[in-house]
Design a protein around this ligand. Structure first.
Ligand code: DAH
Length: 372
């Protein structure tokens, strides 16, 4: 037996007999560490003649690999044994209560959008969506805001450098109203007769604006009804029914004020009555009574016949009403938050306070804001 064979037999035997992880690590250092015996032998290769190196090189490499493999194998055996020993002694008490799982919460904006969808579904509305990156025609022109229309200036639009096929810059939609156009165009394309339509379109909208009551991104919900013989009475009843269900009280007073939007004619601004309750404005009551007042809530009106025509509908046959309201504003009013910016800060503490359990799914029968 050569010295090398002897060394190998000794090393492998000792590795195999290593009683625990610490002993095994000591052996690894003894043989393969920087100052280790096998590492020392490897270093002698450099000083050998080429002929000797040709013979000794493969032998020494083999020795080093064999030692390393043996250490890895022994390590696995020791680890398995340790696990076995732990499993044999450790008990598992299946009667202990499970640790509480942290659960996420639903953002008030999502909750309010669910509530809106729920209420309007009961009134026969479906939910429509449209792109947030919109073209000029859907966002402005087809809503009766021609290129030079002053109402465009009120929107502080974010534009993209890219142009659409008409040569206009693409933009981030400034309101959900373009979904009105998309829904009408869709219905016209699907059946040449056109309407009827009953949709709400909740979603994100964007304007270059930022303070305590404005964020560059916010949420609106658009409503659109198109049918034969639709009139302002339908609009008022629908809004009244919606607001009573949403705010969960019957004494919601509405005031319709003449206003102007390019896409509706006539246009009305809808105010809701509030009353002072311990220094806070709470919706309800009679806006005209002492200590009561009116706050502006949403814009609406009868769809302008020019808008119907842009969308390809026969304005002598079809009429409709539309409305648009800020979802964040509805959430603030219903759940009593006062700074809009907190909605989008992503602060977990705020969400813990104002968020909703995923199980608080709104239903009209249980009450839309009911806690499950
Ligand atoms: N699009 C309007 C805005 O963002 C809101 C609005 C007003 C929508 C009247 C409507 C409407 O559908 O009829 O300021």
């Amino acid at each position: 037996m050569t010295d090398l064979d002897q060394l190998k037999t000794d090393a492998l035997t000792r590795i195999e007999d290593a009683p625990d992880a610490a002993a095994l690590e000591a052996l690894r250092i003894e043989f393969l560490g920087k100052q280790g015996s096998i590492s020392g032998l490897m270093k002698t290769l450099g000083k050998m003649s080429p002929e000797d190196r040709q013979v000794q090189g493969p032998l020494l490499n083999g020795l080093r690999t064999a030692a390393a493999d043996a250490i890895a194998a022994r390590k696995e055996v020791l680890e398995d044994a340790e696990l076995e020993a732990r499993l044999a002694t450790e008990g598992l008490d299946l009667t202990l209560p499970a640790p509480a799982m942290p659960s996420g919460s639903v953002h008030p904006v999502s909750q309010v959008m669910d509530e809106l969808a729920e209420i309007f579904a009961d009134l026969g509305f479906s939910v429509a969506t449209g792109p947030e990156i919109e073209d000029d025609w859907h966002n402005f022109t087809a809503l009766n805001m021609a290129e030079t229309h002053p109402a465009r200036a009120m929107h502080d639009t974010f534009y993209f450098p890219d142009h659409d096929s008409d040569g206009h810059r693409m933009l981030l939609r400034t309101h959900t109203s373009p979904v009105q156009i998309r829904s009408m165009v869709d219905v016209v394309a699907k059946n040449s007769g056109g309407a009827p339509i009953r949709i709400i379109a909740p979603g994100r909208v964007y304007r270059s604006d930022s303070d305590a009551t404005h964020t560059p991104m916010f949420h609106q919900v658009e409503g659109l009804v198109i049918d034969r013989d639709i009139h302002l009475g339908h609009l008022k009843w629908t809004l009244e029914t919606f607001l009573k269900a949403f705010f969960e009280r019957d004494d919601i007073a509405l005031r319709l004020r003449p206003s102007y939007f390019p896409f509706t004619e006539p246009s009305v601004e809808v105010d809701v009555g509030w009353q002072d309750v311990k220094g806070r404005r709470v919706l309800g009551g009679d806006g005209d009574a002492p200590g009561h007042g009116w706050m502006e809530l949403l814009g609406s009106g009868m769809v302008n016949r020019r808008v119907l025509e842009f969308a390809g509908l026969d304005a002598d046959e079809w009429q409709g009403f539309a409305f648009g309201v800020g979802v964040d504003r509805l959430a603030m009013l219903k759940y009593g938050m006062d700074d809009l910016r907190a909605f989008f800060d992503g602060d977990g503490r705020w969400l813990d306070h104002y968020g909703f359990s995923p199980f608080d799914q709104p239903t009209l029968s249980a009450g839309v804001g009911a806690k499950a």
